[in-house]
Write a protein that binds this ligand. Structure first.
Ligand code: ADP
Ligand code: MG
Length: 698
């Protein structure tokens, strides 16, 4: 028996120094253990052959047996490709390559039997298979093949001739070499209680399962283990933080809160708002430092919750601060607060990059001597010369622009860390929140203020604008306002702005009697704000804009959101944009304008948008379409979990299980000292050394 984690991969037969370097660099495989834990991303049942005539474009992968009749080169320049006409004796299908043309021609021969494997797609009305896998058919015994593993490889690896097949061979060699049971990494009692596969069986099976059910059990075991250690890590860290950091105790519910509640509230709070405020009050009175994530769909009334929580801090003699992601939003919060607080004795100030000179000095002074009680700002409040006298509470609005490092910076502005409330409209699915923010408590506003009518969402093609114009005109005649939004990304900024300008001019021509604003990211900040202000005040009826309005702007009188080139937006963004309308009591509309020809997943996005207004549903769908790695809000959370096998979208139930077990273990063994658990704590230490610097996560 040897230690898998200490065996250098280069000594595995078939590897050697050069391939070892490739495996090191490209896949971070350094040892036998690393290879063993490089799991296949899929298995494909290769025991079945299809007939060419059966092929449709809905099929995921198919396997064909037959011969290449002839090769042809088609197209010019970047469209140059090789087409092989392939037949199984009954039908003909085209195999297509865009890369490695020379290699293809020399590698494959006409009239030789091959097994071709790939995904059918449609081109010019014909079915073809692009970049198929091809192997000689002789010697392939289909019925013994079972489920074949597929491993991720990189472009560079492929160029050097190391593909999924190579990894398959290496794994086979390795598993043969390990002629002893791989040592268990979970306590015996857990394996027994949860009827898990042993680690040894699971690792062998996950690469080479005979049947689908077996594969499932092996994956379950490995996923559970992975998530259990993540949860143990988070929970242990959270407990330590609890010991280390005491929180300010806000024990009084004082005059400001009471006065505001009794006489300044323009409407009744929703039940969800009340519940969340209760949760926050409880946290802030508990003696431990609050770290709470407040999720609420766009328009659910988070701002008010923020203000009322801040008043609690003020009532206890502390200052409070809210950080917004953009200047426009900070200004809007500031205006909202001033209006809501009215003549209450609260000094509220604004601090953004544009607050300069004497004004700035006054604000800074007021913060330092404690006369400024509420500060509304942007990232500018993070600067070192912004010093508070007694900062007790920080609200961070629209968290996805605000990373862990910034949070930590706010902490340092106070003797003890202030209570932190992070607000987001990006509905992070619960399972994800649990993993990424395992130590944050989560509150959810799952209810919109009464009287809101759900936004009606319609998908329209760009070549038919008449109906759209009619709707816009109708709403504007009724005194409402309209947003028209264009996409803008860095890579195509010039063209995007041109598009917006064109759209703007078109609208000016089509609606000559109307006043129209336009705002885009390339304008000067002052100009932008002015134009924005003209729309907010109702002076202009249409706002043509890039996504600068995506976050947080509140114009209840706007009832139509037209999204041009909607195919270029992600689901989360579309939902955010749609949230800009439907904020008053009137029926609102969101029109998704796209070109006629759409890819399947784009059509799916449009369909989801027209079918549901539920942010959580949309977020789940978004994760399924894109995978959690891309989800807005996770990149900057600062928590880089290296999940090798578990998938937080699909494995929500396993995650829940892991959470429950982890909690039980820590309760039962708070000092991590029980003999039965020895294996757990040892492994956790190993994992933490390797992966995440836990102490840097707040
Ligand atoms: P978000 O959660 O997107 O930040 P806001 O806080 O901007 O939402 O609130 C959206 C609108 O709903 C605002 O105009 C606000 O005044 C209003 N609002 C908030 N709470 C209520 C309520 N309980 N009843 C009626 N309107 C409310
Ligand atoms: Mg908001």
């Amino acid at each position: 028996m040897f230690d898998l984690a200490k065996q250098d991969i280069k000594y595995l037969p078939g590897v050697g120094p050069q391939r070892a370097k490739l495996l090191n660099d490209e896949l971070q495989i350094f040892t036998y253990q690393d290879l063993l834990y490089t799991f296949p991303y899929k298995h494909i049942d290769r025991s079945r052959l299809y007939a060419v005539r059966e092929l449709t474009t809905d099929m995921p992968y198919v396997q064909l047996k037959g011969r290449i009749l002839s090769f042809e080169t088609e197209g010019e320049g970047r469209k140059r490709r090789i087409v092989a006409h392939f037949t199984d004796g009954y039908g003909v299908v085209d195999l297509v390559w865009f890369n490695g043309l020379k290699y293809i021609i020399s590698a494959y021969k006409v009239q030789t039997e091959y097994i071709v494997f790939g995904r059918p797609s449609a081109f010019n009305g014909r079915i073809n298979i692009v970049h198929p896998d091809i192997e000689p058919a002789d010697g392939l015994r289909l019925n013994t093949l079972g489920l074949r593993p597929y491993y991720t490889t990189t472009e560079k690896m492929k160029r050097k001739g190391v593909n999924s097949r190579t990894l398959e061979n290496l794994t086979t060699a390795l598993l043969q070499k390990i002629d002893f049971p791989i040592p268990e990494t979970l306590p015996e009692y857990l394996v027994g209680e949860l009827c898990l596969m042993s680690l040894d069986t699971a690792l062998r099976t996950v690469h080479y399962p005979q049947k689908a059910e077996e594969l499932k059990r092996a994956q379950y075991r490995l996923k559970f283990e992975e998530l259990l250690y993540v949860q143990l890590g988070i929970l242990r860290y959270a407990k330590e933080r609890l010991k280390k950091y005491r929180g300010y105790v806000f024990s009084v519910v004082g005059d400001l809160f009471r006065t505001f509640y009794a006489s300044r509230l323009p409407f009744e709070l929703t039940a969800a708002q009340k519940r969340v405020i209760r949760e926050i009050r409880h946290d802030m009175g508990s003696g431990r430092q609050m770290n709470r994530l407040l999720q609420g769909d766009v328009g659910s009334g988070k701002t008010l919750v923020a203000l009322m929580s801040m008043l609690i801090a003020l009532d206890n003699g502390f200052q409070a601060c809210i950080v917004a992601p953009t200047e426009i939003l900070a200004e809007q919060h500031y205006a909202t607060f001033l209006k809501m607080l009215g003549d209450m004795p609260v000094r509220t100030e604004l601090l953004t990059g544009t607050v300069k000179g004497r004004r700035r000095r006054e604000v800074l002074e007021g913060l330092e001597n404690g006369t400024v009680q509420i500060l509304v700002g942007t990232h500018a409040v993070l600067e070192d010369n912004v010093v508070f006298r007694r900062l007790g509470m920080v609200v961070i609005d629209e968290q996805h622009r605000f990373g862990v490092a910034q949070r930590a910076k706010m902490w340092r502005k106070s003797i003890q860390p202030p209570h932190v409330l992070v607000m987001t409209a990006t509905p992070i699915p619960r399972t994800l929140a649990m993993t990424v923010y395992g130590d944050l408590d989560v509150s959810v506003i799952d209810e919109l203020p009464p009287g809101r009518k759900p936004v009606r969402t319609i998908h329209r093609f760009e070549n038919k604008p008449a109906e759209l114009y009619q709707l816009m005109q109708h709403e504007i005649n009724a005194g409402r306002q309209v947003y028209v939004v264009y996409p803008l990304i860095k890579e195509s900024e010039k063209i995007d702005i041109q598009n917006l300008e064109k759209g703007y001019e078109q609208l000016c021509r089509d609606f000559p009697h109307l006043r129209i604003s336009r705002v885009h990211g390339k304008m000067k900040s002052i100009e932008k704000d002015e134009e924005m202000q003209r729309f907010v005040s109702g002076e202009t009826q249409i706002l043509v804009a890039t996504t600068v309005i995506e976050v947080g702007v509140n114009v209840p009188n706007a009832t139509v959101m037209v999204i041009e080139n909607a195919e270029r937006f992600g689901l989360a963004q579309l939902h955010q944009l749609r949230g800009r309308v439907g904020r008053g009591g009137d029926q609102s509309y969101c029109i998704l304008v796209t070109k006629y020809q759409l890819a399947a997943d784009t059509r799916k996005r449009m369909q989801i948008m027209t079918e549901t207004n539920d942010g959580f549903e949309i977020a789940e769908a978004d994760m399924k379409l894109r995978g959690p790695g891309d989800l807005e809000g996770t990149q900057q959370s600062g928590v880089a979990f290296d999940l090798k096998i578990a998938d937080i979208v699909r494995d929500g139930q396993i995650l829940q299980m892991a959470r429950i077990i982890a909690e039980r273990i820590l309760e039962d063994d708070p000092h991590c000292a029980k003999i039965d658990n020895e294996i757990l704590w040892k492994r956790l230490r190993q994992i933490q050394q390797k992966n995440v610097n836990w102490s840097s996560i707040s």
